[in-house]
Design a protein around this ligand. Structure first.
Ligand code: NAP
Length: 259
């Protein structure tokens, strides 16, 4: 009997990805939570790589700052600002947003489900039910609704990519991470279920990406005593997202990845 053949893991460039000029040219990409942190860095990197970027988030001023930074990039496409609060939005707001995006362009080639909130770091026994609902609403229900309403637009692309932003605590539970951890587990479940549904007869790829510890406001809130200068920056993790938003290998469909 022959020995089972060894499977050699294929290295995925992710964080080390050297973004080629024009890598995302002619791609239209929506980034949620694009006003700050990782979402802002991904939106900027996507615009630098040639994408037309849709900036979605809850604080208009921050979205405008990201948009202005993109406008400073030579030859970048003018970004679209979508002032949209995943906590407050009703179902009709999501469908109206999708309609506006559809009316304004061809479709979507990428969706980065990045916007999330931390909630409190509290034992489950003491976790505020109101805070729990809020975290689940933004981190899970919001991502579900944005994905569902954007899917018809993504299906119009020759090769679309959906990236759900995950976390270590969405793959292994950890004390006191409460609703945030549960929400990231739910996002992994959403990603896997959708990936299975889109496995055949579709050009839409889905995966989750854990950026790892990154110097942002959320990380500061989670680890107030940590020296932020010891952490990778948002610019360090952005190339992993850009890789996945381009014409990356379909073999990554359904995978839970680490940047
Ligand atoms: P961040 O700096 O706090 O950014 C989060 C973004 O989400 C902000 O732009 C925020 O908008 C937006 N947002 C929050 N609530 C929203 C709502 N209701 N509607 C619309 N937008 C909303 O956090 P980050 O560290 O960049 O996190 C980005 C992603 O990476 C998250 O999914 C997070 O779970 C994940 N992650 C981060 C780390 C890390 O070490 N930083 C590690 C693992 C995973 P405002 O700025 O207007 O509040």
């Amino acid at each position: 009997m022959s020995e089972p053949s060894q499977i050699t893991p294929i290295p995925i460039p992710l964080r080390d990805f050297a973004i080629p000029d024009g890598y995302l040219l002619e791609r239209r990409i929506l980034v949620s939570g694009a006003g700050d942190g990782i979402g802002r860095a991904v939106a900027l990197a996507a615009a630098r790589a040639g994408a037309a970027v849709i900036l979605l988030g809850r604080t208009l001023k921050k979205l405008e700052d990201t948009a202005n930074a993109i406008l400073d990039v030579p030859q970048a496409a003018t970004p679209t600002v979508c002032h949209f609060d995943l906590l407050k939005a009703g179902l009709d707001d999501y469908w109206n947003l999708a309609k506006q995006l559809s009316d304004a362009g061809d479709g979507l080639d990428g969706l980065v489900n990045n916007a999330s909130i931390l909630g409190g770091k509290t034992p489950i026994e003491q976790y505020s039910p109101a805070k729990w609902m809020e975290v689940m609403h933004v981190n899970v229900n919001g991502q579900f609704m944005l994905t569902q309403t954007c899917l018809p637009l993504l299906r119009r692309s020759k090769d679309a990519s959906i990236v759900f932003v995950s976390s270590n605590v969405g793959r292994k539970g950890r004390a006191y991470w409460g609703a945030y951890a549960a929400s990231k587990f739910a996002v992994e479940g959403l990603m896997q279920t959708l990936a299975d549904e889109l496995a055949e007869n579709t050009a839409v790829r889905v995966c989750s990406l854990n950026p790892g510890r990154t110097r942002t406001a959320m990380r500061r809130a989670a680890y107030p005593a940590e020296d932020p200068t010891t952490l990778p920056t948002t610019q360090d993790v952005a190339p992993a997202f850009i890789y996945l938003l381009g014409a990356a290998d379909r073999a990554l469909h359904g995978r839970a990845l680490d940047a």
